[in-house]
Design a protein around this ligand. Structure first.
Ligand code: MIG
Length: 787
């Protein structure tokens, strides 16, 4: 039919080689600099380099236009004024700060970065920066045989990602999370390399779909993006802790969550009626099982319209929330981004009238199918929309709600691509960009809108936000749960490295659906999972519609008793956990840590995925297979005290440990301490005691930091907190404790000390005064009540 048109003489279709043909950045020709920005003019464009701190350097190259030094929403830090010296030779230009040396080879342009000990961190060899004319950018680096890679946010598989290829593209995956299931809901184009005991990090600040390939070559790796520019930061380390401090200085840290968010959370898709919610709460209270939060999943809404509730199912939601709050239980509702297309629904009306929804370039609103049916999606890249959305949460705060659960915010859409049309144009505060470019930050910006809106509405109280989707920096606004896992032992196993890598990506507050979301759990799996959950930063039991119930009592008395014991243990451990949350808030160090984080010189820890540390000195080695009461656990150097029996195990080796169903193996490093509190039914109950448990060594010194504050306001930002430094000096027969306190917070609790592995003769002094102690010969604990 078209034969007599020009179609008859169409060119042959380009073949694939054209698309994948990579162009090298080429040679450097000239070099110039202003006070802080160094520019390198190369064959194919300009590279700009800027130090953000002495130990953070940024490298940017845009082969398709001007190389801009603006950043994505992930970055909060303004660059510091860093003294850098410049040295140029025929072959190279060298930039040196106090902590980093950046060497730029001229022909071809290649980057090498050293730390101030002369250690080579990052190097380019045969390949360096490159691009395709289709818009892909990529950056190759040499890979050392000793390199191990961590971070990347929320990934399945083992701890060390060497040998893997991973993609960043926020995706709702209900299909089972298998080792090859990638990507999931979050995008963190960031990783940490550990090489021979030293660590450095790289953050690739590109919001397009990015890929991290440690698989294709044995001696080089590559990070690439579908569009945008090469723009990355190198963090000098040299310890994993330093890298986290540097990375979270750049992308921000978690504000302190309200204490109630650290308690136990019970959820189900869905507790469908007011009556059901009351019954759940009542059962917890009757059974004396601690509980801080019950979730309302999508059934609470009126036809899945956000900012509404179903008055048939919840005739008096406000009263329900007030009644539960009196019992120390909060209600957290789900809020999805999709707004039902319904001209009689006020949120939809406002969104349309004010032009708040995502649109095509032609001006028509984008609609996608989600729970409410045909829906429009707020354009959270627009400041006005974020403000509007945030303010809408008054609907929830008026009901007495202080926490929000954001789901489906990848955004998830029920279609082939699982998400919004990538051709949609986001306003992006007047700098319009396609969904293809901003997809990965959609959930992040919904989180920003929600957190900031809630914070304003709560008048000084700390909001809690839980999110499924996110991008680097999401820790500033939300805790992250790992989405739709299943009730498989394998998923319990997988949740450990997944949460550890999230923690290494700056997201300290994270956890999986305990018990498993989809599929039917069983008593043993639930019990083992709840034991682990008691020690993960975020602790929520959640289960999908249509599957077996999994509340603590769902499998009968035998399991209920053990589960209850561990939820209670969680509450007892809250003072220690809260101290670790404060540390994460201050330094970015995760609460749940892989062993290498504390022992980067110990190769045995590099891919250890089935154990974790809570803070620096508590080791958890859970049982994660059925009908199992024994496992091998690795103990890094030092002596480790069995929390339950007091037995001491020597580190630097593997031990066969026993743990019947009743037992989660917990070990405390000898010489260190933990702070425990009262077992309470809710974090709302008064806090009467704090006991610092000191695990006595026979020599040496240690410092334990105990942090506390009111747990609910932001007055800690103004110094209203207590940070107690407890310095301990051990002798064979003595323990000398010196305390120093900082901050204005006056706690309600009384402090005591329990010295483990003491004898009746152990002499204890506190701030120089000898103490009267009560000796418990059975447990070999000396108890000291201070005034
Ligand atoms: O695809 O709101 O991951 O936690 O219960 C289902 C219903 C949508 C997915 C979330 C899950 C939640 C469920 N949601």
């Amino acid at each position: 039919m078209l034969e007599d048109t020009s179609f008859a003489i169409q060119p042959e279709q380009d073949d694939k080689t054209q698309e994948t043909h990579r162009i090298d950045i080429g040679n450097m020709h000239t070099f110039s600099h202003t006070e802080h920005v160094f520019s390198f003019h190369c064959d194919t464009g300009i590279v700009k380099i800027r130090f953000y701190r002495e130990d953070i350097v940024r490298i940017a190259f845009n082969p398709f236009g001007e190389t801009s030094l603006s950043t994505s929403v992930a970055v909060v830090k303004e660059p510091e004024k860093v003294d850098a010296s410049v040295h140029e030779t025929e072959e190279e230009v060298t930039l040196t700060s106090a902590k980093l040396t950046v060497v730029l080879q001229k022909r071809p342009f290649r980057v090498r970065i050293y730390d101030n000990h002369g250690r080579l961190l990052v190097a380019e060899g045969k390949k360096g920066m490159a691009f395709t004319y289709q818009g892909e950018v990529c950056c190759f680096k040499m890979m050392d045989e000793a390199d191990h890679f961590y971070g990347f946010g929320e990934k399945t598989g083992f701890l060390d990602k060497r040998g893997e290829t991973m993609t960043m593209w926020n995706t709702d995956v209900y299909a089972p999370h298998n080792p090859e299931t990638d990507p999931l809901y979050q995008s963190h184009p960031y990783f940490m390399t550990v090489r021979n005991g030293s660590a450095h990090g790289i953050f690739f600040d590109n919001t397009y779909k990015t890929t991290f390939d440690f698989q294709t070559a044995t001696d080089e790796y590559c990070f690439s993006a579908e569009g945008g520019a090469i723009d990355y930061y190198v963090f000098a380390g040299p310890t994993p802790k330093d890298v986290l401090e540097q990375y979270t200085d750049l992308t921000g840290r978690m504000p302190l969550p309200p204490k109630w968010a650290l308690g136990y959370h019970q959820s189900r898709y869905s507790y469908e009626t007011e009556q059901e919610v009351r019954e759940i709460a009542q059962t917890f209270i009757e059974k004396d099982i601690p509980l801080d939060v019950i979730y309302l999943d999508i059934h609470y809404m009126n036809g899945y319209r956000v900012f509404t509730f179903d008055r048939n199912r919840f005739p008096n939601l406000k009263q329900l929330i007030a009644d539960l709050k009196q019992k120390g239980i909060r209600v957290v509702p789900i809020v999805d981004p999709g707004v039902k297309e319904d001209p009689e629904y006020v949120i939809y009306q406002e969104g349309i009238r004010h032009d708040y929804f995502c649109k095509y370039i032609e001006g028509n609103v984008y609609f996608g199918e989600v729970w409410p049916g045909k829906s429009a999606f707020p354009d959270f890249t627009n400041k006005k929309v974020r403000k509007w959305w945030g303010e809408k949460h008054q609907f929830y705060t008026d009901l007495g709600i202080e926490g929000i659960w954001n789901d489906m915010n990848e955004p998830s859409v029920f279609n082939e691509t699982k998400t919004m049309d990538v051709k949609v144009i986001h306003d992006n505060d007047g700098d319009p960009k396609t969904h293809r470019e901003l997809h990965n930050v959609y959930g992040f910006m919904m989180g920003e809108a929600t957190y900031k809106g809630m914070k304003k509405l709560l008048n000084g109280k700390r909001p809690f936000l839980l999110t499924r989707a996110g991008f680097s920096g999401i820790q500033r606004y939300a805790a992250v749960w790992t989405g739709d896992n299943r009730s498989f032992w394998e998923h319990l196993q997988m949740s450990l490295p997944m949460c550890m890598n999230l923690g290494l990506s700056g997201v300290a507050f994270c956890g999986p659906d305990v018990g498993g979301f989809a599929h039917n759990t069983n008593g043993e799996l639930l019990t083992r999972w709840m034991q682990v959950g008691a020690f993960t930063p975020y602790f929520r039991n959640h289960c999908a519609i249509g599957f077996r119930r999994q509340e603590p009592w769902a499998f009968g008395e035998k399991y209920e008793r053990i589960i209850k014991k561990y939820i209670r243990l969680r509450y007892q451990w809250l003072p220690h956990l809260y101290t670790l949350f404060a540390e994460a808030h201050e330094t970015g160090a995760p609460v749940m840590r892989p062993l290498f984080f504390e022992y980067p010189d110990d190769e045995n820890t590099y891919n250890l995925y089935d154990e974790f540390l809570v803070g620096a000195n508590v080791l958890i080695a859970p049982i994660m297979t059925p009908s199992t009461t024994r496992r091998v656990a690795y103990f890094p150097k030092g002596n480790w005290v069995d929390y339950w029996t007091g037995e001491v195990l020597e580190g630097g080796q593997y031990h066969l440990i026993s743990a019947d169903l009743e037992t989660l193996p917990i070990f405390i490093k000898q010489g260190s301490a933990i702070a425990l509190g009262d077992v309470k039914r809710s974090t709302e109950m008064p806090d009467e005691h704090r006991t610092v448990h000191i695990y006595k060594a026979n020599g040496g010194k240690a410092t334990y930091v105990l942090y506390d504050d009111d747990g609910q306001t932001f007055s800690y930002e103004k110094g209203d907190y207590l940070r107690m430094y407890i310095e301990v000096e051990y002798g064979e027969n003595s323990v000398h404790i010196v305390t120093k306190s900082e901050g204005t917070y006056q706690p309600s609790w009384k402090l005591s000390f329990a010295i483990h592995h003491a004898t009746e003769q152990t002499k204890v002094t506190i701030d120089g005064n000898e103490q009267n102690a009560i000796f418990d010969p059975h447990q070999r604990i000396l108890l000291i009540q201070s005034e």
